[in-house]
Write a protein that binds this ligand. Structure first.
Ligand SMILES: Nc1ncnc2c1ncn2[C@@H]1O[C@H](COP(=O)(O)OP(=O)(O)O)[C@@H](O)[C@H]1O
Ligand SMILES: [Mg+2]
Length: 215
């Protein structure tokens, strides 16, 4: 079971209040779709949940326990803003390096995950030469490859063509099926993700509110 909660969080950016007294609770098994205008603080909310940003006030609770300064959300796959890799290495070599941190998956697992999203693991092309869409696919693979119980995904469909978007949606649906208690928070402008979603939130001004507009 994993529950992530933001409590009374106020975030200041450049002496301006970006988010005020925000409270969000995401329970396990939920896939939350967070929307809002450009610059409203969507990526900031994901950073707060991941422990990558400290708010001026408030607490992040993971299963009821405060996430302490210097601690990050465990067992989470995360994409925030544009995924960044080592440009001089191939996609496979980048994923291999990341997988070596926790030793949870094999080279074959990495190859399979790359192939599933249409990246060739044998391709020696360096990430420097990757297109936006290829880089995005690599970002999605790094987020999901160790089968995390939490996914925080910032614009996961960015830069992808129609077929690739569908591949990613299918992949996320498979993740939901394989991990019934998966906790997912997604930021996206793409309506295609709607079938994956169990609850919608909207950043409205300085607040995060339920988004009941089902259009
Ligand atoms: N590290 C930072 N330093 C200064 N300003 C920032 C920083 N991160 C975010 N901001 C500002 O905070 C606001 C919200 O950013 P962000 O959460 O990225 O918005 P969104 O993801 O909704 O587009 C923007 O105005 C952005 O310029
Ligand atoms: Mg953003």
């Amino acid at each position: 079971m994993t529950q992530i909660a933001l409590r009374n969080m106020t975030v200041m950016v450049k002496k301006r209040i970006l988010l005020e007294n925000v409270a969000i609770t995401v329970n396990d098994g939920e896939t939350v779709w967070l929307r809002g205008p450009n610059g409203s603080g969507k990526s900031t909310v994901l950073k707060l949940m991941a422990g990558l940003l400290r708010a001026q006030t408030g607490t992040v609770l993971v299963n009821g326990q405060a996430l302490l300064p210097g601690h990050f959300l465990a067992n989470a796959g995360v994409i925030i803003n544009t995924p960044v890799f080592i440009p001089s290495l191939s996609g496979f070599a980048n994923l291999q390096m990341l997988a070596a941190i926790r030793h949870m998956i094999s080279d074959d697992d990495i190859r399979q995950r790359m192939q599933r999203l249409g990246l060739n693991p044998q391709d020696r092309m360096r990430v420097r030469q990757y297109s936006t869409g290829m880089n995005q696919k690599l970002g999605i693979i790094q987020a999901v490859m160790e089968k995390p119980v939490i996914l925080l995904l910032d614009e996961p469909l960015n830069g992808l063509d129609k077929a690739a978007k569908q591949q990613v949606i299918d992949l996320l649906r498979t993740m939901q099926q394989e991990t019934p208690n998966l906790t997912m928070v997604m930021v996206s402008h793409e309506e295609e993700i709607a079938p994956l979603v169990t609850r919608r939130l909207l950043i409205d001004g300085l607040q995060v509110i339920p988004d009941d507009d089902q259009q």
